[in-house]
Design a protein around this ligand. Structure first.
Ligand SMILES: Cc1ncc(COP(=O)(O)O)c(C=O)c1O
Length: 473
């Protein structure tokens, strides 16, 4: 029965044990025993071997998503007579292993800091296949990227033009750069809002672009390779992308009068399903709409369609990852302020906002199921919360779980592959969980979990006390 505390989009599931294939990694099944398995590895085995909380990454799902993004972009681009490159937005989830998958599968990678750049290089990605972003790159970050031969640096403000030119000049190199444009289109989940002046830190307003492109073109050590945009994230409708891409193409056409511009980078942000109620369009729907709109606009303007680039992050990583938690305490909280008195079941798990900050940061919604067993109990409205000292420490804000959920149950939260590990912290001195990749029945630890000792590695008093003790003082 519907709980009055439930939001309108959430209905009690007919079967609390069911798995919606759109939100789970491809190889997730509920065994006859009731337990979940991920790529052939049972949840209890994962929890037993690696502990909880645990990030589990289905390698096949991740890599198929990556290859799918590349294939769709290339196919649709070819249909309008051009080519497309796909950069994986590595901020979604990065390790050297993940970088190596991206490279092996023929994608490029985009990074937003010197650290991400170092991880991509360490994962074997050639520098020329890396794009460097950031609204405040340090001179050191710029210098290192230029030295390594980074494929492109995205200029985000005027001052960066001389900074990048000076780094390239000092090394007698010619550095390819893009210019990030703020088209004034802010594409939200279900609607988009076009404002003349977008109030945010990224990019250059369209009206300022011609002067800055001229400035880039005047630098001997820079090569202008094209415009860039990123209109937002977790976007559910192609309309905002289309409007923004058209504006960018019009600017691109205007700039052609002063020189060739080989590419245009239209960013990422393609929405995914986090919970069964979500209805994200297919990637094909986004890319078909955007690329065809670009081609139509180019035709109207009488210009050739430039080479295209896209930067999906969560589309590749999101549904490839899940988080396994162990249930600790449970409280049925009677909430009397709704018209009909109702109860919400608070289910506390052994992680929380330190391994998934998105609910606290963006009020993001997730979906959870029992992972260690199935249940015949009726669905009960539940809130899965973490163990931090914050009432906003929520993992799954609204969902139905079987009413008999109990301490020591394993819970799996779907679609935690993007922006969970990468946004993780040590808040309350919790240790960050390990990451295990699963493939064909085999789990493989790709990032070990932190230990309590790790929490003190940078605490100098602790280290000096430990050194004294070791000396016997
Ligand atoms: C410049 C840029 N490109 C790509 C992305 C990836 O976005 P998403 O993971 O939503 O596809 C981001 C995300 O913040 C971004 O800032």
């Amino acid at each position: 029965m519907t709980n009055p505390l439930a939001p309108s989009w959430l209905t009690p599931p007919e079967d609390v044990n069911a798995l919606d294939a759109r939100v789970w990694p491809k190889n997730t099944v509920r065994r006859d025993s009731g337990e979940l398995e991920f790529a052939g590895v049972p949840a209890s085995e994962l929890a037993g071997q690696f502990g909880t909380p645990l990030y589990v990454l289905d390698e096949q799902t991740f890599r198929e998503n990556a290859k799918h993004a590349k294939a769709v972009a290339e196919r649709v681009a070819a249909e309008v007579g051009t080519t497309a490159k796909v950069y994986y937005a590595s901020k979604a989830f990065l390790s050297t292993e993940i970088a190596s998958w991206i490279h092996e599968d023929g994608l490029n990678i985009d990074v937003a800091s010197g650290g991400e750049f170092a991880a991509a290089l360490a994962g074997g990605v050639p520098a020329e296949r890396i794009g460097l972003h950031g609204n405040n790159k340090s001179l050191r970050e710029i210098g290192r990227a230029v030295t390594a031969g980074v494929g492109a640096i995205v200029v985000d403000s005027e001052i960066e033009i001389e900074r990048i030119a000076s780094a390239a000049g000092a090394q007698d190199k010619i550095q390819p750069v893009r210019l990030r444009i703020n088209t004034g289109v802010h594409a939200n989940t279900h609607d988009f809002l076009a404002t003349a002046r977008e109030d945010q830190k990224f990019g250059i307003p369209i009206k300022d672009a011609p002067a800055l492109v001229a400035k880039i073109r005047a630098e001997r050590h820079l090569k202008f390779i094209g415009l860039h945009q990123h209109v937002g994230s977790q976007i559910f409708s192609p309309e905002g992308f289309v409007e923004s891409a058209k504006r960018l193409i019009r600017l691109h056409a205007e700039l052609l009068s002063n020189g060739d511009i080989p590419e245009i980078n239209l960013g990422g942000g393609f929405g995914i399903n986090y919970k069964p109620a979500d209805q994200a369009p297919e990637l094909e729907d986004f890319l078909e709409a955007i690329i065809r709109a670009v081609a139509d606009e180019c035709k109207d303007l009488g210009i050739a369609v430039p080479k295209l680039a896209f930067e999906p992050g969560r589309f590749i990583a999101g549904n490839a990852g899940i988080t396994l938690y162990n249930v600790g305490t449970i409280k049925d909280v009677a909430v009397s302020d709704s018209a009909t008195p109702a109860v919400r079941k608070y289910v506390s798990v052994d992680g929380g906002m330190s391994d998934n900050a998105r609910p606290a940061l963006y009020e993001a919604e997730y979906h959870a199921v029992l992972a260690g067993r199935s249940s015949d109990a009726a669905p009960a409205l539940a809130r899965v919360v973490g163990k931090h000292c914050e009432s906003g420490d929520i993992v799954v804000r609204h969902d139905y779980l079987p009413a008999d959920v109990a301490p020591n149950d394993l819970l799996a939260v779907a679609a935690t592959g993007a922006y969970c590990y990468s946004l993780s912290s040590n808040y309350n001195f919790l240790t960050r969980p390990p990451v295990v990749a699963v493939l064909n029945g085999t789990p493989r630890l790709i990032i070990r979990g932190e230990t309590e000792a790790d929490l003190f590695t940078r605490d100098l008093r602790y280290q000096s006390d430990a050194a004294q003790k070791a000396k016997g003082n």
